[in-house]
Design a protein around this ligand. Structure first.
Ligand code: AMP
Length: 461
């Protein structure tokens, strides 16, 4: 059975069973809190994103959450679902029409132009991470506020190697999160010229499929009837069951490409053939934003039916927002979907290894603990404690869970003698060290390599 992405439910706080009081505030529909227990997943995503982006020479860009609404109307396209139905638009007190960004790419090209980034060595490789907003019907894997990360290669030539690099970087990022068996669906939607010819063929074909009886279930659906005139490429996106056999027989863009687009696509596939990456050609793949040309792609994880990432080339976007053609290609990934997949297939998070664990025994020791711990913080040594727990057993269990190589044991006797016991958790050996020397001693031990296998220290019964 195909695992489904379930509704996001934080594991953090048990759900209230009692009847909710009236008028309690809740997060807006389709938007959710990222609670403390979920933060390690987000932290992991941000870390891996930074590592992968830096490895492939992408630098970070952050743009405002609000932009001039016209930027998306012109860039993403006034007739697209995102702009027509899903964009949150607001009027400021000063009379500006601003939109909560429904995606990043238009903002990035706006920033590229505004800050004269074309004067930098080209292409400019940028990556981003942040929330986007779409007023969609919330359901599993589909929210109204969700986070996207993405990679964009802007400027230079419309070189197929960049298309392949964006696909590669996107997949490496997902694989670094330990999500396996990815498939990339790839297609091309041609350029202004060849796409125009293709759209006409598609319109002719679909017009012949309008039901003359007007009966439901015969011919194409009402949405497709409308799309024939408004946005013929989106005909290939229709999910209505009765439209599927008609879509199967529709003319293919691959038979209508001009020579330049054909060569471009061929070269993209040749680059992809050279890297260990499973891709399939999907001539029905079109994307919901107007700015794409040539390569488009989506990335799926085995067993999941929603896309984790999507993207493509968008050379015309610069022109659409009032400047000039700027060769560019990019991808965007849905972070909530990545986390849901990681949770569903039970990918373990790497454990945070606290270097030193501080154990106290008795009230006097507890009182004198804070300044000792502060000395470690000043020396920038990662120290963990459980000052809120009294029992030695409970504290050692935390130390064990944290996989700390060193435990510091501070009891009544040590508090009087101004010393502290240093226990090597890997060998089990322990010795008493004066408090004044403890930071230096721990530093020395941490710099030593110990090959012994970590000892599992079972808390005493
Ligand atoms: P798009 O910007 O529409 O190309 O989407 C890029 C990626 O964002 C998709 O592949 C999904 O992973 C994610 N995504 C898109 N829409 C939503 C949504 N409403 N809720 C959650 N994730 C989404």
């Amino acid at each position: 059975m195909t695992p489904k992405i379930s509704k996001p439910q934080s594991t953090d706080v048990p759900r209230e069973r009692s009847k909710k009081p009236k008028f309690i505030f809740q997060a807006p529909k389709g938007m959710h809190d990222l609670l403390p227990l979920d933060q390690p997943w987000w932290e992991r995503i941000r870390r891996v994103l930074t590592d992968v982006a830096e490895f492939y020479n992408f630098t970070r860009i952050d743009t405002p959450i609000l932009e001039d609404a016209a930027l998306f109307e012109r860039g993403v396209g006034a007739g697209t679902d995102i702009v027509e139905k899903e964009m949150y638009v607001l009027k400021t007190k000063g009379g500006d029409r601003l939109a909560l960004r429904p995606e990043f790419t238009a903002s990035i090209i706006r920033a590229y132009l505004e800050h004269g980034m074309s004067r930098l060595p080209q292409p400019t490789k940028l990556y981003y991470f942040g929330p986007v907003f779409r007023h969609e019907n919330p359901q599993a894997g589909r929210y109204r506020q969700f986070y996207q990360a993405g990679f964009e290669i802007v400027g230079g030539e419309s070189d197929p190697v960049y298309d392949a690099q964006v696909i590669l970087t996107t997949c490496r990022f997902i694989e670094e999160l330990k999500i396996k068996n990815l498939t990339v669906q790839v297609n091309t939607i041609g350029c202004k010229v060849c796409r125009q010819n293709y759209k006409r063929k598609l319109q002719l074909y679909y017009r012949s499929k309008i039901s003359s009886s007007g009966k439901k279930g015969e011919g194409i659906c009402k949405d497709c009837e409308r799309r024939i005139e408004t946005n013929p490429l989106r005909l290939l996106d229709c999910k209505t069951p009765s439209c599927q056999p008609i879509k199967e027989q529709a003319p293919s863009i691959l038979d209508h490409l001009c020579t330049t687009c054909n060569n471009h696509f061929k070269q993209v596939l040749e680059f992809l053939d050279e890297i260990p990456l499973a891709y399939t050609l999907n001539p029905r793949l079109v994307r919901g934003l107007d700015y794409y040309n040539r390569t488009v792609f989506e990335v799926f994880a085995e067993g999941f039916d929603v896309a984790l990432a999507g993207g493509g080339r968008y050379d015309y976007l610069g022109e659409m927002i009032g400047s000039r053609v700027i060769p560019a290609v990019g991808s965007s990934l849905g972070i909530e979907r990545l986390i849901e997949v990681m949770k569903t297939v039970q990918i373990p998070l790497p454990r945070h290894k606290g270097k030193v664990f501080f154990v106290h025994i008795g009230e006097l020791a507890r009182k004198k603990s804070l300044p000792i711990i502060e000395e470690f913080r000043k020396a920038e040594i990662d120290i963990q404690e459980a000052l809120g727990k009294d029992s030695l057993r409970a504290q050692l269990k935390v130390a064990n869970d944290k996989h700390s190589p060193i435990a510091l044991i501070f009891g009544q006797r040590e508090a009087f003698e101004e010393s502290i016991i240093v226990r090597d958790m890997r060998t089990g050996v322990q010795e008493s060290v004066p408090i004044v020397k403890i930071v230096e001693e721990v530093k020395r031990r941490l710099s030593m390599k110990v090959d012994a296998t970590p000892l599992k220290v079972a808390p005493k019964k």
